[in-house]
Design a protein around this ligand. Structure first.
Ligand code: GMT
Length: 376
């Protein structure tokens, strides 16, 4: 198939999933065209089946905000027409599902039929999408997609709750590529970060408010009173400055390291004993799955799709959002009992295997085929 993928090219989860999906499809012989404003962060190597089309919205003195949606729609029309695409797959509803609808209508006016699949990722429904500013457009764009997928059952349920949806939503879970995400021997990293054999706790995110990274810091503070440990904070984003200040105020800067954005996250996950993800909202929690694939148990909040990924008392623990006390106690319980910790590490890997890309990719392929044949 010739597939056009539209996504945010940043380190955010939806862009990561879109890029990994495109690379996986390309490895299976499909021709994949990424259409976005910057080379996707994880698209770092040449692949004969992958093409990248950059969208640039022209500056003009009249525009306070250059019209990206218009530029994207034009680029989608151009790529579909000249590359003879079979299907468009847009990740994150805002604005991609709406722009796909416009591109589809323009192409139809020229006698070209192109179906599009919208994948809902999370905040496009739960935070941004359900906001009144966007809701009518999001609802319309979902209902007019030729196919709609959600990355967890919880996200599907929330979409049906918030919007008036007349389309079937297929749950296709996020996935993990075990060629990349697996425990590797990085003992020299471990020795450098935890020279006295301290336990290593990791959090990765884009440091937005919804991630509640400050909870991670407070949990670490409580845990470190009982267990010698270090905290690695990986990623970057709007909250980073205030989090660094918080660590200084709490006099924890020696034990907490802000590593910024890291490409080889799997190498750092490989030295971790515990992963924390106390988010206020999380449709799936790809970061948790990446940790589990590297044999790291997870302590998470119990919202959204996290309970579909992290299994309470098996692969980690789940607590209410903001319950720092409970999360700290679970962390102490796990980090002071090596037998339990090792069992949870094994369980985390077993659970992660359920989301192996080799199982999930065929679900997308057959869904594309179904959508294409229905739209003929
Ligand atoms: O929150 C992020 O990391 C970014 C965000 C996005 O849409 O780019 O992530 C969402 O999509 C990911 C991939 O499907 C999910 O794993 C995340 O749970 C989801 N984030 C939220 O729901 C807050």
């Amino acid at each position: 198939m010739k597939i056009g993928i539209v996504c945010y090219p940043t380190y955010g989860g939806s862009g990561v999933v879109a890029t990994e999906l495109g690379m996986g499809l390309a490895n299976k012989g499909h021709l994949v065209h990424f259409i976005t404003y910057r080379q996707p962060a994880r698209l770092t190597q040449f692949h004969e089946n992958i093409f990248y089309h950059e969208v640039s919205a022209e500056e003009y003195p009249l525009f306070e905000y250059p019209p990206y949606d218009t530029a994207l729609a034009s680029k989608m029309v151009d790529v579909v027409k000249y590359e003879k695409l079979d299907i468009l797959h847009v990740h994150y509803a805002i604005p991609h599902a709406t722009v796909a609808y416009i591109a589809k209508q323009i192409l139809l006016s020229e006698g070209i039929k192109i179906p599009y699949v919208t994948t809902l990722h999370g905040t496009d429904i739960t935070i941004v999408g359900s906001n009144k500013t966007f809701a009518p457009v999001v609802e319309f764009s979902i209902n007019n997609s030729d196919g709609v997928t959600a990355v967890s059952q919880s996200l599907k349920d929330q979409t049906l709750e918030y919007f008036n949806i007349n389309k079937d939503i297929k749950v296709i879970y996020n996935f993990i590529d075990f060629n990349r995400f697996r425990k590797v021997d990085k003992d020299h990293f471990k020795r450098a970060i935890a020279p006295n054999g301290e336990k290593i706790i990791v959090h990765t995110s884009n440091f937005r408010k919804v991630k509640r990274v400050e909870d991670t810091i407070y949990i670490f503070q409580k845990v470190s009173e009982k267990v010698a440990c270090k905290l690695l904070l990986i990623g970057d984003g709007p909250e980073r400055d205030s989090l660094e200040r918080l660590c200084r105020e709490l006099k924890m800067s020696d034990d907490v390291r802000f590593l910024g954005k890291q490409d080889a996250i799997e190498e750092l996950l490989s030295i971790a004993d515990l992963f924390l993800i106390p988010s206020a909202s999380e449709s799936f929690g790809l970061a948790a799955l990446e940790a589990m694939a590297c044999e790291v148990p997870v302590i998470s909040s119990n919202i959204g799709g996290l309970p579909e990924v992290n299994i309470h008392e098996i692969t980690g623990f789940l607590s209410d959002v903001g319950d720092i006390e409970s999360m700290s106690n679970f962390a102490i319980e796990l980090l002071t009992d090596d037998e339990k910790l090792n069992a949870f590490k094994t369980n985390a890997l077993l659970q992660a295997r359920k989301f192996d890309i080799t199982n999930i990719l065929p679900e997308y392929e057959s869904y594309y085929e179904e959508v294409i044949s229905k739209s003929k």
